[in-house]
Design a protein around this ligand. Structure first.
Ligand SMILES: Cc1cc2nc3c(=O)[nH]c(=O)nc-3n(C[C@H](O)[C@H](O)[C@H](O)COP(=O)(O)OP(=O)(O)OC[C@H]3O[C@@H](n4cnc5c(N)ncnc54)[C@H](O)[C@@H]3O)c2cc1C
Length: 457
């Protein structure tokens, strides 16, 4: 009872009778089966009876442990969310919304066309003695956890959800302290996203907290600035003479999964100037990742980075000490794995560190596709010493008959018996050959600009 924002009066409207209609008016989108399971004391008697008023109070006090609350924002702002003002008690949250936030968001949301209006997410929150759960209803059927990014830090919860080309932002400074980790649950079929936070103290929260910049906004992804969080350097290992494998650990309050083929930005202040460069995460290895990732795997992000002695950022990365921090952004990129799902033959062309997007792509294709028959990588480098993860690639080719690797060197040392030269039409026409005339194929290329231009030509 004490957790319910409508309080006793609202609950008493349904006491002793069927409360389905009243519940549906306010909370029809809520998955009440699972939430109220804990509160079930028994089925209501079919035979009508009149209970004394005192008795009704008693039942409600003992059985309702959860509360369903909905943030009510000012009228204008309601244009972006479902209208339920008539049935929802006003909380004091609206007063904490700064005008710049509401106007900024409103302008952008007003410009949405009708089709995008239909998918504007809405949210709700409820609590138990120990937990706070924020529920976001994206109304998108194929929601998945890669589309959800959450950061719980310094008492602030920032949740970003990608809905098609749009980004929905939940951004609140919480009323009370919570533990630093967060649980993110995604119901893929119904498009429901839950952020579960653990209360530090068993107090009843009257409000979720103070609304922060761009809270409840729904804007085109390209209009949303990249968000950065500080990640700790866990390890650094040599891959070749000039390339290192860095392992960064996400903060405990961060939920972030970087999709295959997407990159992030690393940001560091170097002699007073902020330097930002893109990098594509890799898996920790090519041969030992053929299993479901553990929790700690999800918290680790690996990068294979070539150090340029006269470069702006990479020499700084090279001197970063274990335990030091660097800022890592939300993911960016257009690649979707659905492009790989129907492919029977996959051809990958990589030049130098252009190999990095191929790592997760290969892992994905070889582990997730039932129809892939061939995956070939042609890997261009200057010398043998520059080849990244050579032994792992050879091992993978040995372990999986579908995978074939060809190394091409532009400046080989004497004794190299493999292919020599730079990317050219003669190499490619030989390499990109279907094993069956009607095979569905996908060709991916990544490397320095000149390499890409030449390859595409
Ligand atoms: C989408 C994307 C993903 C990427 N992923 C990776 C990855 O996973 N791993 C990776 O190692 N790299 C990756 N890169 C490259 C990376 O972003 C950086 O460009 C690279 O690390 C160099 O950064 P830097 O600041 O150290 O060097 P920079 O300062 O950019 O210099 C790089 C080199 O170019 C030379 N140089 C710079 N300016 C000039 C100039 N005007 N004329 C001539 N030479 C010049 C420098 O001397 C140095 O040798 C990616 C790039 C993109 C676009």
């Amino acid at each position: 009872m004490e957790y319910h924002p409508g309080g006793e009066d609202e609950l008493m409207k349904a006491a002793g009778s069927d409360g389905t209609d009243l519940f549906d008016q306010v909370h029809r989108w809520v998955n009440y089966e699972s939430m109220l399971k804990e509160c079930m004391v028994g089925r209501m008697a079919l035979k009508p009876f009149t209970a004394p008023l005192k008795g009704k109070h008693h039942i409600l006090k003992e059985t309702l442990m959860c509360c369903f609350a909905r943030q009510l924002l000012d009228c204008d702002f309601l244009l972006t969310i479902e209208k339920h003002k008539d049935v929802i008690p006003k909380t004091n949250m609206a007063s904490s919304l700064t005008s710049s936030v509401s106007y900024g968001t409103l302008t952008k949301n007003k410009s949405l066309d009708n089709s995008s209006k239909e998918v504007v997410p809405s949210y709700d929150w409820f609590q138990t003695d120990g937990l706070i759960t924020v529920v976001i209803y994206t109304k998108q059927k194929d929601m998945n956890s890669e589309l959800v990014i959450a950061d719980l830090q310094d008492g602030k919860l920032r949740g970003e959800i990608i809905v098609k080309d749009y980004s929905y932002l939940f951004h609140v400074e919480l009323s009370y302290a919570v533990h630093e980790d967060i649980i993110v649950q995604v119901s893929e079929k119904v498009g429901k996203v839950e952020f579960v936070l653990k209360k530090k103290e068993t107090v009843s929260w009257k409000t979720l907290g103070q609304l922060l910049e761009n809270h409840n906004s729904f804007v085109k992804c390209k209009d949303r600035g990249l968000y950065y969080r500080k990640c700790k350097l866990l390890s650094k290992a040599n891959v070749t003479h000039d390339t290192r494998l860095f392992c960064l650990m996400l903060p405990p309050g961060t939920h972030l999964q970087i999709p295959v083929g997407h990159h992030v930005y690393l940001r560091q202040t170097v002699t007073g100037a902020e330097i930002v460069k893109p990098y594509t995460p890799v898996s920790s290895s090519l041969v030992s990742t053929f299993k479901n990732p553990s929790f700690s795997d999800k918290m680790h992000v690996f990068f294979m980075i070539k150090i340029y002695s006269s470069g702006l950022l990479t020499p700084v990365l090279d001197t970063l000490q274990i335990g030091e921090y660097i800022s890592l952004s939300n993911p960016d990129g257009n690649f979707t794995v659905s492009q790989v799902e129907e492919v029977e033959e996959l051809f990958l062309l990589a030049g130098g560190t252009g190999f990095t997007p191929m790592v997760k792509l290969l892992n994905y294709a070889l582990t997730s596709s039932n129809i892939l028959r061939v995956a070939k990588l042609m890997f261009f480098n200057k010398t043998e010493d520059d080849i990244l993860w050579r032994s792992q690639l050879e091992q993978l080719a040995h372990n999986d008959a579908r995978f074939h690797i060809q190394f091409v060197l532009s400046e080989p040392k004497e004794g190299w018996t493999g292919k020599k030269g730079k990317i050219s039409s003669s190499f490619l026409s030989e390499f990109v050959k279907r094993s069956k005339v009607d095979s569905k194929i996908l060709i991916c290329i990544c490397g320095p600009l000149a390499f890409m231009e030449q390859g595409i030509q």
